[in-house]
Design a protein around this ligand. Sequence first.
Ligand code: HEM
Length: 400
Amino acid sequence: MVKPSTPDPTELLDPQFHAHGAPHTVWQWMRDSAPVYWHPPGQFPGFWSFTRHQDIRAVYMDPENYSSEGGVLLRPMAIGVDPGGGLTLALTDPPHHRELRAMIANWFTDRKCRRLEEVVRSRARELLSAAAEAGGCDIVHDVATPLTLSLTCHILGVDRSEESTLLDWAVEAFDDGRSLAAHPGFMSCMHDLMERRLVAPEQDLMSRLVHGEAGGRLLTEDEVLLNCENLVGATENAGLSLAAGILAFIKHPDQWERLTRDPAMMVTAVDEVLRWASSATHSMRTVRQRMVVHGKTLVPGDRVVLWLPSANRDERAFMHPHRFDITRRPNRHLALGAGEHVCIGAALARVQTSVLLQELMRSEFALELIESVSPLASLAVNGPARMPVRMGSATVTAGG
Ligand code: HEM
């Protein structure tokens, strides 16, 4: 009898495996048999993989022992450390992180995002109408990414006339898997906006970044620019989650029908989309204190990689985790992280997801996949790289 082979966790280091392999099979094996798994140094620094929901949540909730300053994403050793270390919201530790977050949190509260709902709706309508007029579109590049980028631009204070150029640059950087901070056009556009707000502040986030204080001091130019990059960079994640959500409904027409019958289910549906998509593939931390987890000894300087799609399909935390179920409650997913670094754009992500779904429902566009969806090859984010659909009338249908 042939013994079934043990899944190989080293495959998780290959971006192509995330697109065309079976990462969920590997993660399931790791959750059951090796919940804390050591990957020796190679292309990446050595690191521990965490795959269980409870363990991942515990790391997020303990920023004193698990630092973000050394980077929150795996980077090949050849590229070196993240230049945003110690400077951006994502890459700072308490107490500076709290001061920085307090300075900008006001732009992302539930109330602020609810007030933005009409802006979201009008942008979603524009994008969907243009796509319908053309008879179809690529949901990722023509609807999801522009929608979310446009909202971040709105909050930052970027002029609408500059949005499409910014979108082109962002897509260029995302497609090459490069950081936006390395894009000269993008950084110079942010620099211009920063200079304008320096002399003439307005009611936008850029003005706050330029004139606000964190820990009793103004931010440096680098801090302002890298924080803008951090916010706009989140567009990729948010766009992928929106597209993956639409794809989930195309593949589960019963769930779409249920939502259209009872739109009050939108609140639980949005969280199920976030859980299902888990568009952020991992977060990383650096260990500060020696500790033992599941019998493994972690020492200061060790890296810990938290695999979020694994946490969100952990049988210990979710009933029938591989089922897309818009009525799921409770739904304590970790798609947006947890603890003090929990996604600052969480309310915005929820508003844009619900509005986009509502607009699809209202317009009764039939979305039909016209070719199979090509998944993104990346260790950092996941979702459809392209999602070409035909758009007719009636309801969202499966196809392709
Ligand atoms: C569905 C969409 C989104 C997903 C899945 C997502 C996911 C995440 C996750 C997992 C984290 C925690 C990272 C860590 O602790 O290492 C995070 C943090 C963050 N997100 Fe999001 N995000 C989304 C949308 C957004 C949007 C729309 C924005 C901005 C407009 C944004 C901006 C940020 C920022 C600035 C942080 C760092 C917060 C901090 O460290 O205090 N995200 N996000």
